[in-house]
Design a protein around this ligand. Structure first.
Ligand code: GRF
Length: 203
């Protein structure tokens, strides 16, 4: 399965996906990495791995629709079949999400549906939960609300700061996202027409 990874920054999730797809057993091949910001570390990670990169700078577009359609053109150019949003900090328009429904995965640093939106790790600390984690889900038009593919839980320690919790969640992300990518790229898991997850073994 030809995969695109969309990033906005450091790209540690991208790195985990690169490492996973290098394995001979992988069902996925990352054919392009697209960043909405130039010069970020994730672009260097892609180049080091021999993966083609594109920058689609959202500041150069007059509207979300124009930005999204440029992203879409790059995806079509590379024959992409599955898109991973890995630390991608843009909200995609409904038109784009509709077209790529079932082929769009995102990672969020909480156990959805808890703590949607930004600063999920901070929300968890403020709520006083003792368990948090990360979620890989299909992107739906409602933000952080699509069908869940993989989750991994992590403990929240009394001594945790936003940074220490974020670091622990990120380690879980680097296991959860590659696992979810393989499940979807191999066809084991897909998004059903009713918007729920369908596992291959089920009739
Ligand atoms: C991660 O914390 C992830 O939860 C969020 O983006 C952050 C940065 O990810 N989606 P990365 O290091 O750029 O992959």
């Amino acid at each position: 399965t030809k995969v695109a990874v969309l990033i906005s920054g450091t790209g540690t999730n991208l790195q985990a996906l690169i490492d996973q797809t290098k394995r001979p057993s992988s069902s996925a091949e990352i054919v392009v990495v697209i960043s909405n910001r130039p010069g970020v570390q994730g672009l260097k990670r892609a180049s080091l791995a021999g993966i083609q990169t594109r920058v689609v700078d959202h500041k150069l577009y007059g509207s979300r629709a124009e930005f999204d359609s440029t992203i879409d053109r790059v995806l079509e150019e590379f024959g992409v079949e599955l898109v991973c949003l890995a630390g991608f900090m843009r909200i995609l328009t409904g038109t784009f999400v509709k077209k790529w429904t079932g082929k769009l995965l995102n990672i969020h640093p909480s156990l959805l549906p808890s703590f949607k939106g930004v600063n999920a790790q901070k929300q968890a600390l403020q709520a006083g939960v003792r368990v948090s984690g990360c979620t890989v889900h299909f992107v739906a038009e409602e933000v952080d609300a699509g069908a869940i593919v993989v989750q991994e839980a992590v403990p929240v320690l009394g001594s945790d700061t936003e940074e220490s919790l974020s670091d622990r969640i990120r380690e879980a992300e680097h296991r959860a996202f590659p696992a979810a990518l393989e499940l979807v790229a191999s066809g084991t898991v897909r998004l059903g027409d009713d918007g729920s997850i369908t596992w291959k073994s089920q009739s």
